[in-house]
Ligand binder design. Structure first.
Ligand code: DC
Length: 221
């Protein structure tokens, strides 16, 4: 099966771009961040203080069943049968996702599931460690980035369009917190794979960003 890996920090445009590429190719898009978000949400609902109760998270893992489902090529995520695709998008779930994603047992469980999906389908998979750890033999690896300021601005716009009330400084703080934690953790940190192609979208519109990744797809595949 063929694979495209798209990695990068929060808010770089990975999911929108990965979705567009998957649609163009007729492949499935796998949002691995949603999986960490669902685990984070499960921990929040259990009242677990993630950074202090690692063993509780580890004990919770065997009880969790995560399933990805596709409706008109749109990924939905089910946590023990409940569709949590919207519930995982809150700022609290973002922080919880980043916190649980630093736990090795969580990463090991996600890795197996992500590789299984990529064995069965042609995938465009996005995340933090796809090119480096999950799919090191991907045909194309893109490392998508943009300045923290530009990413926070985009994220604000996106949240406001969904009707959420947001303060720019809070969104920027959340992005900086996750950047630091996702890049600094010991296991599978956010890192550009040696053979990944860097695309900096700070000064690109979304259309231009999609086009530059599509150009890479056309030359590489
Ligand atoms: O892509 P996202 O913002 O939905 O991801 C949420 C968090 O999950 C992110 O802060 C880091 C973590 N994550 C990860 O560690 N590895 C991945 N492959 C995807 C996400």
């Amino acid at each position: 099966m063929a694979k495209i890996a798209i990695d990068g920090p929060a808010g770089a445009g990975k999911s929108t771009i990965a979705k567009a590429v998957a649609k163009e190719l007729g492949w499935i898009y796998v949002d691995t961040g949603a999986m960490y978000r669902a685990i984070g949400l499960a921990a929040l609902r259990e009242g677990i203080v993630i950074k202090e109760q690692i063993s509780e998270i580890e004990a919770m893992l065997p009880e969790i069943e995560l399933r990805l489902r596709y409706e008109n090529s749109v990924q939905r995520i089910l946590l023990n049968g409940e569709d949590v695709s919207e519930a995982i998008r809150t700022p609290e779930a973002s922080v919880a996702a980043s916190d649980v994603s630093a736990i090795p047992a969580v990463r090991a469980a996600m890795l197996t599931q992500q590789r299984n999906i990529a064995e069965q389908e042609n995938v465009v998979m996005d995340g933090r460690d796809i090119g480096t750890v999950v799919l090191p033999d991907a045909e194309l690896k893109v490392f998508l980035t943009a300045s923290a300021h530009a990413r926070a601005k985009r994220r604000c716009k996106e949240l406001m369009e969904k009707g959420q009330q947001v303060v720019f400084a809070d969104v920027l703080k959340d992005i900086e917190y996750r950047d630091k934690q996702d890049s600094g953790r010991a296991v599978a940190p956010l890192q550009q794979a040696e053979d990944a192609i860097l695309v900096d979208t700070t000064h690109l519109t979304l259309e231009q960003s999609i086009e530059s990744v599509m150009n890479l797809v056309r030359t590489k595949l």
